[in-house]
Write a protein that binds this ligand. Sequence first.
Ligand code: ADP
Ligand code: MG
Length: 237
Amino acid sequence: SEAANLLRKQFHIRVKGRSVPSPLQEFQAVRKNGEFYERLLQNLKWSGFVAPTPVQRQVVPVLLQGREVLAVAPTGSGKTLAFLLPLVINAKRAALKGQEGLKALMISPTRELAEQTARVLLLLVRGLRLQCCLLTAAAVVAGVEFSKMDMAVTTPLRMSKAARRANLSTVRWLILDEADKLFEEGLTKQIDRVIAACTHPRLVVSLFSATMPERVEELARSMLKAPVKVTVGERNA
Ligand code: ADP
Ligand code: MG
């Protein structure tokens, strides 16, 4: 619509894909029927997230529609919350419908980045009764019950090792974060292994990156079926 295009222009958002939903005007716009939204919106506020950043405005409604996203936005633009917020909502709605097992899996290139993502995730899910974990080697040794988790954050190496034992067939949402780093550090094989283990017939894979070199875009095209591409900021040279 024209209003949507105006918002995109205002926030320097470019989109590619069929009938892409309008960007969010505010976080409150995610709210639907369900008591948990109140608590989630409070958690956002308490965590200092008052207004959505441009990438969050556009990515959140696309992921809430259950569509794949290929998001390119600069470092520091708020990509983490852009996938965490809709995934928490999707996971909570699935849990309320009685769906069991791991629903959302987020892959970061390094342990440190995975920790950062997990920290934000834990802020978001306070009081929502969703089981979330950072899957590390230590967590595996400690015997974390992966099957009892709703959402998990991990690295390609850790996950490809755990994939043999973990049941990933219930995973509906798979996020590949910092994709430029993921693919440039030769982690493609581990990622392929994880994707192969995610056998849900309606698996939604999404990819987030600060840059989109041609090689990464090609890999993305091979892993995603019909992504909505969201670009924020300067055009790739
Ligand atoms: P990226 O992954 O795009 O590099 P991050 O998700 O790590 O960016 O976010 C960068 C910083 O911006 C973090 O410190 C985060 O807390 C902050 N941030 C993200 N979204 C918002 C928001 N809506 N309001 C205020 N601060 C935000
Ligand atoms: Mg990031």
